[in-house]
Design a binder for this molecule. Structure first.
Ligand SMILES: Cc1cc2nc3c(=O)[nH]c(=O)nc-3n(C[C@H](O)[C@H](O)[C@H](O)COP(=O)(O)OP(=O)(O)OC[C@H]3O[C@@H](n4cnc5c(N)ncnc54)[C@H](O)[C@@H]3O)c2cc1C
Length: 215
């Protein structure tokens, strides 16, 4: 893909200007609360740093809720299925799909693509290759400075009075966070995990794979 650093840098400056006019990041207005033992409590914990989790982060920041954290179990820059388990080569949605723009035309996929590649390539593009969509999502994370904490997988949700205690695993060890609200933006994992029909139970594992597995 052609790199037009100056074009993209100019677009990023424009986005920063637009965000400033929107008073972004809005000052936090939520009163802090603490746990029963005086522990810090998040106003919102977001699980999943794919496009929905990032849109939630952007929305919270615009609304003046800054005491949140986003956790994603996947590798940095590989959130969602696009460059891991996806098999289709392109998105199904038409290319005009604006992406998680939240009302800012400069943040749309089209805006990024026209700047990053060019107008002619945009006109000729039929469907968005999934790797290109991932590249756009990485840029979205970068331009909005979305603080995703990767390699952190939610294992358990435990009610704790009016709060929720979340147990997460990380390569360096397990940890807990307390949160007032929880957003599960976990994509297909939200459907309860991988299930293989019983008909496969006697079939050798090397002959089949679930769509959630790497091939
Ligand atoms: C090839 C392909 C083409 C597609 N085309 C389209 C399309 O055109 N239009 C469309 O709308 N959709 C399309 N989809 C569907 C697409 O998966 C979703 O639209 C999109 O990924 C949803 O975003 P999301 O943020 O909800 O979830 P995801 O992008 O799936 O992100 C969820 C994130 O949650 C993380 N996660 C899950 N469980 C945990 C946990 N326990 N702890 C921590 N992190 C966790 C995952 O690591 C992941 O990064 C397509 C999918 C594929 C594979």
């Amino acid at each position: 893909m052609k790199q037009e650093k100056y074009g993209l840098a100019a677009l990023e400056r424009q986005i920063q200007r637009e965000l400033k006019y929107l008073n972004y990041p809005t000052e936090n207005w939520v009163k802090p609360v603490v746990g029963s033992k005086g522990e810090a409590v998040l106003d919102v914990a977001v699980i999943g740093g794919g496009m929905c989790g990032m849109a939630v982060a952007f929305g919270l920041t615009r609304e003046g809720i800054s005491n949140f954290r986003i956790f994603d179990g996947g590798n940095e820059g590989c959130e969602g299925p696009w460059v891991t388990t996806a098999r289709m080569r392109t998105l199904r949605s038409p290319k005009h799909l604006p992406g998680p723009h939240m009302g800012l035309p400069s943040l749309t996929f089209q805006s990024w693509y026209r700047t990053q590649v060019d107008d002619k390539a945009w006109e000729e593009l039929e469907h968005i290759p999934r790797e290109t969509w991932m590249e756009y999502l990485r840029w979205y994370r970068h331009v909005l400075k979305i603080p995703i904490e990767n390699y952190s997988t939610l294992k358990k949700i435990i009610p704790d009075g009016d709060l929720l205690r979340l147990q997460l695993s990380h390569p360096e060890g397990e940890f807990d966070v307390l949160a007032r609200r929880l957003v599960l933006a976990t994509g297909r994992a939200a459907f309860g995990g991988v299930r293989v029909p019983d008909i496969f139970k006697d079939v050798p594992k090397e002959l089949y794979a679930h769509t959630e597995e790497m091939i």
